[in-house]
Design a protein around this ligand. Sequence first.
Ligand SMILES: Nc1nc2c(c(=O)[nH]1)N[C@H]1C(S)=C(S)[C@@H](COP(=O)(O)O)O[C@H]1N2
Ligand SMILES: [Mo]
Length: 303
Amino acid sequence: MLIKKSPDIRESEVTDYSTYLSRRDFIKTGIGLSLAGLGISSNAYAKVYKLGDEEATSYKNITTYNNFYEFGTSKEAPAENAHTLKTSPWSVTINGECEKAGTYTLEDILKPHDIEEHIYRFRCVEGWSMIIPWQGFKLGDLIKRFKPTSKAKYVQFETLYDPKQMPGQRRDVLDWPYVEGLRMDEAMNSLTLLATGLYGKDLPNQNGAPLRLVVPWKYGFKNIKSIVRISFVEKQPISAWMKAAPNEYGFYSNVNPNVPHPRWSQKRERRIGELLKRDTLMFNGYTEQVASMYQGMDLKKFF
Ligand SMILES: Nc1nc2c(c(=O)[nH]1)N[C@H]1C(S)=C(S)[C@@H](COP(=O)(O)O)O[C@H]1N2
Ligand SMILES: [Mo]
């Protein structure tokens, strides 16, 4: 079992990765093997994860303080309600400007990718933040497999639409399904992940199982959950939040302490589990890896 360490990882310990192993074994043998049968300890996630001197947010906080409006708009609602989401079987449609369009099983989507561990800052536009140890693979590696054409300038993502499984979709708080998008270079950036797990365990439903986007230099709402469609498109996608409030939520939504939200400052943030507020960092601390993509752009205009 190969788990690659990536350069953004410091002082972390790589853990056994249950989802991936069990899926792989399922594919190979056609038999669902229990985690116990594979000798995988269920408390592998108890290890300490750090990003520099910043300690990872607790598993409990990451999995019980959520935004996932498909299951309700309070922070507690997703953990309470998301058990109704059925994540297996799951399929993902890849379409638009690419050579290998089609509908693929989740197993086919995951199969060629080695699972990496990335410990990232996560900053919600509402002013709170976490440190999350993700497992997943680079979105760029997936994109290459499906051979986008020269017309593919953006990548658009869609969450499952199924009001039976997602009770929040019975109310029109957003124009469902949840949609997000990235410019092609952002999608290809090596920080950008499709996550399948956190803390060495399967992604809990409330965190966007079985597949969710992680773009650590952007506000949390760009990190679309429970993805069923990835489309290569020529025009800039209109995200669910842009539709809902275009003056408040832009396409780029890069973390930027110098560009306030129309209703509040973005200069500081509350790290979940800490008392004192921290200063919010430009591009959430990932300037070195991402600033060149926005060279010469007016970030107040392209917010
Ligand atoms: N489909 C979908 N994706 C979503 C959301 C949502 O409501 N629906 N909320 C977003 C917001 S606002 C944030 S802050 C993050 C929260 O991710 P977490 O609950 O794993 O911390 O998910 C984002 N992705
Ligand atoms: Mo958010």
